[in-house]
Write a protein that binds this ligand. Sequence first.
Ligand SMILES: O=CC(=O)O
Length: 314
Amino acid sequence: MESIGVLMTCPPFDPYLVEQLEKRFTLFKFHSIPDKAHFLNSNKASIRAVVGNASAGADAQLIHQLPNLEIVSSFSVGLDKIDLAKCRERGIRVTNTPDVLTDDVADLAIGLMLAVLRRLCPSDRYVRSGQWKRGDYKLTTKFTGKSVGIIGLGRIGLAIAKRAEAFSCPISYHTRAEKSDVKYKYYPSVVELAANCQILVVACALTEETRHIINREVINALGPKGVLINIGRGPHVDEPELVSALVEGRLGGAGLDVFQDEPNVPEELFGLENVVLLPHVGSGTMETRKEMADLVVGNLEAHFLNKPLLTPVL
Ligand SMILES: O=CC(=O)O
């Protein structure tokens, strides 16, 4: 397989993934190539696979420039950076990394809820800056028993629900259609869900339908005591609306792992104690990233050995 060209479109941040790919294929790291057009012109014939992630995948333009592309193997569960329609049209296979990251992302969602309500980050800063010596930290807000509304009840949404249930949180949800196999309360509109929960979690895939699913109306329905948790994608949220609601106190708090224009985060949020900001690390544990990398490589190997894909999307 050494002669097969694999184009890595995401930054090569995961050394294990890079090492495993380099062992088996001819790996091109697109991110660090200065003249991309020239590179593609000279190498397009040899590139038969693309490896991307949540930050860069394979858009229509790139797919168009790679005449021999057979498979896109994404180091992510989200597929929003891949033009699936183009892949379908060209018969290009697509794989992602579901299941292995579910626990980590759900754990992080609960971590964000606790961090926002119990003010974990500012109270840590309180100790480090020596302020504790001058008096106790102010009282925070209880998490146990808060009602949790979840947008998207797939693998990750369900794992969040299960964890929140252990904190005695009543669970409700919104999806395109009500699920017959869950006992949680269903709301057919996101505004209704937001009006009826204290913590609203975005856990759905990013599609044209779910872009800006969190808008001004939803934020106002969640209200000055409500908390928004986003472990989905930045564009799920109308970010300027979220920022103004937080600055004006129309929303109680937010725990955000994802942003509209990563790694750029609105600076207006930096001074707010009711906001926790994370650098898109939902699946970012050593254990899970290794399992994800093994899936990326396993899918490529399966494809080039004409075996069934491990986690096919297309
Ligand atoms: O954001 C991370 C992923 O989609 O896996």
